[in-house]
Design a protein around this ligand. Structure first.
Ligand code: SAH
Length: 205
């Protein structure tokens, strides 16, 4: 998977590729889906949510330019897969999930698989996780109508946010880099994520 779907499609950050090769995606998907675990596609994980496509997980982490000493905030824990990969690239990972039925199993799964260093919080990640700010990197697996102001406030100077932005159907993955009180924004690719639902995201329908 790493060679074909990641390196083969232009990803080149060796630390991210090594982390992707290391984390068993099959351990993060329901048992009946294990055979599809290494296909480069998003997969259903229950509660109407999905585990992101490997390429998008890797591209997001590469775009975030993570240093070994970085503190990273991950929005939308889901299965915990993205957080597990991130934990092999960053120094500290904080992950927020709004659905209890995903957050608790993800927390247990991460501990069982040896990623107990990832801190999982049940709550609305659209307002970040202020207690542990500032972060060097913020990544999101769910798309809001705009980058939440709370994330910008909780980002260290020089830090990066890589997140999808858009309506419920069409979104763009963007990278914001903080320069003092200004933020450079770059377009990365068109994507399709589940909605970010919360105070600074979309409203619950
Ligand atoms: N990165 C995850 C996939 C995330 S799917 C993985 O690797 O498995 C997106 C997740 O974001 C879903 O679990 C959804 O419940 C969650 N989510 C949506 N809005 C949220 C919010 N405001 N705060 C935290 N999590 C949110």
């Amino acid at each position: 998977m790493v060679e074909r779907d990641l390196r083969g499609r232009g990803l080149a950050d060796e630390r991210v590729l090594r982390a992707m090769a290391h984390v068993p995606r099959e351990d993060f998907v329901p048992r009946w889906m294990r055979r599809s675990a290494y296909a480069d596609q998003p997969l259903e994980i229950g509660a109407g949510q999905t585990i992101s496509q490997p390429y998008v997980v890797a591209a997001t982490l590469e775009a975030a330019r993570i240093a070994e000493s970085d503190r990273l905030l991950d929005i939308g824990t889901g299965s915990g897969y993205g957080a597990a990969v991130a934990s092999l690239v960053a120094a500290e990972v904080f992950s927020v999930e709004r659905l209890r039925d995903l957050a608790r199993p993800a927390e247990r799964r991460l501990a069982r698989l040896g990623y107990g260093g990832v801190r999982v919080r049940l709550g609305d990640g659209s307002v970040g996780w202020p207690e542990h700010a500032p972060y060097d990197v913020i990544i999101a697996g769910a798309a809001g109508p705009a980058i939440p102001p709370a994330w910008k406030e909780q980002l260290r100077d020089g830090g990066r946010i890589v997140a999808p932005v858009g309506n419920r159907l069409e979104q763009r993955l963007v990278r914001l880099t903080r320069r003092g009180s200004a933020f450079d924004e770059e377009f990365l690719m068109d994507v399709r994520y589940v909605p970010l639902i919360g105070e600074q995201g979309h409203s619950e329908r």
